[in-house]
Design a protein around this ligand. Structure first.
Ligand code: PLP
Ligand code: COI
Length: 354
């Protein structure tokens, strides 16, 4: 692999691991790579963490041709640094790239380069329970051009940040707000890829939810506004009458890697799990009849996040008495045991730096 490395002259002090937030602090180095039509992807390099200087006409700033990923590195009890299902993230990055007319990267090369970056930044992988090193691969369009079209040049970069819990609630249940007024994505749109605009488009409804004391929005489908899709930064699971159900991948939901991991674990345990359409009316009637046992979200940043309350129209539904339910507990423990190397996971899930 052709990878050049330029080390930083000064290294930053490490943070106090007991008060790590999410996404505020970055490590000393970053990975960069450029694309142009003549050379393709080239100049793969690790450099000191630094600003990206841009022409004000840079296309990503105007038309949002940008994609990203989120994955984590963990420090195991034996002091080994491991990644969780990183191949899935690079595969999804390339699916996002195809949809957003961005040239694909070499997934194997990107993973190799990420491992090298992590070796250099290993001191930044925290060891306190519940902490990890969050990894953000990103690709942006860099042509300085105001005509609407596909950029001819791109920058791929990876930055790293030591993180604690994503939500201020930690593992305490979050409150979510079902919006009927706004939609996140529609079939045929870009909801199933990880592109920046999806998140920008979600902010208005998210602020509405926050202003009403809720953590995030639960999105309904964009056509009938009837079927559950996902939450702002995570997929969603319901335990209805003993069965674990999650919305099937409709084309407008992000196919979460944590979602897939939960489904695979449930199948391995022989627990009934279904991917199907779930209407908000079904959730309301399951709540009314006492059959809605639990609700929890899944995501890289959020891990497993129990939901203690769902607000829909004027109705506020308390879930599992506002406490962490047994399934959220079981999946959280099983996932984190695998991620932190306390228990073995299915083949290929845990990838050491080697
Ligand atoms: N849905 C959305 C909109 C997200 O941003 C995320 C986070 O990446 C997820 C779901 C969960 O996906 P994953 O488990 O791959 O992190
Ligand atoms: C992740 O979980 O990795 C995400 O990308 C969600 C993001 C909004 C923090």
């Amino acid at each position: 692999m052709d990878l050049s490395i330029k080390k930083a002259d000064h290294l930053n002090p490490l943070p106090d691991e007991s008060c790590l937030a999410f996404g505020t602090l970055f490590t000393d180095h970053m990975l960069n790579m450029d694309y142009n039509q003549k050379k393709g992807w080239h100049n793969l390099r690790i450099e000191p963490y630094q600003p990206i200087v841009m022409d004000p006409a840079t296309m990503v700033l105007h038309y949002g041709q940008a994609i990203f990923e989120g994955l984590k590195a963990f420090r195991s009890g034996t002091d080994e640094i491991v990644l969780f299902r990183p191949q899935e993230n690079f595969a999804r990055l390339n699916r996002s790239a195809r949809r957003m007319c961005i040239p694909e990267i070499d997934e194997e090369q990107a993973l190799c380069a990420l491992k090298e970056l992590l070796r250099i930044e290993s001191r930044w992988v925290p060891s306190t329970a519940g902490t990890s090193l969050y990894i953000r691969p990103t690709i942006i369009a860099t042509d300085p051009y105001l005509g609407l079209g596909v950029s001819n040049t791109y920058r791929f970069f990876i930055i790293l940040c030591p993180v604690g819990a994503y939500y201020k609630e930690g593992f305490d249940p979050v409150r979510i707000w079902v919006t009927e007024k706004y939609v996140r994505a529609v079939p045929g749109g870009v909801g199933e890829v990880k592109t920046a605009g999806n998140y920008a488009a979600s902010l208005y409804a998210g602020s509405d939810a926050k202003a009403n004391g809720y953590t995030q929005v639960l999105w309904l489908d964009g056509v009938e506004r009837k079927y559950i899709e996902e939450v702002g930064a995570m997929n969603i699971f319901f335990v209805i009458d003993g069965e674990i159900v999650t919305p099937k991948l409709s084309g407008s939901i992000l196919p979460g890697i944590t979602r897939d991991s939960v489904i695979q674990l449930a199948r391995k345990w022989d627990v009934p799990v279904a991917e199907r359409r779930i209407s908000i009316d079904e959730v309301v009637s399951a709540h009314e009849s006492g059959k809605l046992g639990e609700v929890f979200g899944s995501g890289t940043a959020a891990v497993i996040s129990p939901v203690g309350e769902i607000r829909y129209k004027e109705k506020s539904m308390s879930i599992a008495g506002g406490k962490v339910g047994p399934w959220a507990h079981r999946f959280f423990d099983a996932l984190t045991d695998i991620q932190y190397g306390r228990k073995p996971g299915p083949d290929g899930w845990v990838v050491p730096l080697g």
